[in-house]
Design a protein. Structure first.
Length: 277
């Protein structure tokens, strides 16, 4: 029988501080990793993972924007922070009555101001890319979709209301009047007709009738605004007004062609032409 060569009364050899025993046979013990170093590595992994997830959310699900002008008052106020759902638009398309963010189709906005240079500009760009700051490219607009492809949109009936497929819209969310431009158009295929809720202070489809009857190409639509996140006093969702649920609107214009008076005849010039994000 094998017997241990160590005297059972002899104390174990002292272990050098900072070392730990290894279970593997024949290998010398190694120094234990410092607690601070391990904590920093784990923190870095958490931060990088969070940034990657945030960038993916911004790219495919939702993106933050801000409202710099008064063209959507009182629905949206200047400097409101809003979230636009990209996946809703990608999967379900654009619906009448939605408030949407869209890219300038060309000539709607002035040239954007030069971006901040140097390190501050790089930091801002990086934070915007990962979704920590709202987009401020200067080439995005926020408006309400009045008509989708095939809809007939006209201004106005005897009461000054917009006509959508022959149905007068009772728009209790707008700042009126809404008859700054007289028009009668059928929205082109693959486009949407948009207007600001502050009708007298919004350069929208009515003022760009010379190109595609004012239609905004659907691929330019970034997403539907579904939430106001800041300030907290404005926090809330952005539902579609009930007036757009009228079945007569969904029936379409019934093949009616636009009338000859579809050229813009503005009575006043709105001032909110620098829409931004």
């Amino acid at each position: 029988m094998a017997v241990s060569a160590r005297d059972p009364q002899q104390p174990l050899p002292a272990q050098e501080p900072g070392l730990r025993r290894r279970h593997a046979r024949g290998k010398a013990p190694r120094r234990a990793s410092g607690g601070a170093g391990r904590w920093l590595r784990e923190l870095a992994i958490v931060i990088v993972t969070a940034l990657v997830l945030s960038a993916l959310v911004r790219a495919f699900l939702a993106q933050a924007f801000y409202v710099p002008s008064a063209s959507m008052e009182d629905t949206l106020q200047v400097n409101d922070r809003i979230l636009a759902s990209k996946i809703t638009t990608s999967l379900g398309g654009v619906t009448r009555g939605e408030v949407v963010v869209f890219k300038d189709p060309g000539g709607w906005l002035p040239d954007p101001e030069p971006s901040t240079e140097g390190f501050p500009g790089m930091v801002r760009t990086a934070f915007t890319f990962v979704g920590l700051l709202p987009s401020d490219s200067g080439q995005d607009l926020v408006k309400r979709v009045i008509g989708i492809e095939g809809d007939r949109v006209a201004c106005c009936d005897d009461s000054g209301r917009i006509l959508l497929n022959g149905v007068a819209l009772d728009e209790d969310y707008i700042i009126g009047p809404t008859d700054q431009v007289r028009f009668d158009v059928v929205v082109p295929k693959g486009a949407v007709f948009v207007m600001g809720d502050n009708r007298g202070n919004s350069r929208d489809s009515r003022f760009h009738l010379d190109v595609a009857d004012g239609g905004v190409p659907e691929p330019n639509v970034v997403g539907r605004v579904f939430l106001v996140v800041w300030p907290l006093s404005q926090f809330g969702t952005m539902p579609i007004p009930a007036v757009y649920g009228n079945p007569a609107i969904a029936d379409g214009p019934g093949g009616v062609e636009p009338s000859p008076q579809s050229s813009p005849e503005p009575s006043t010039e709105p001032t909110a032409d620098g829409e931004g994000d």
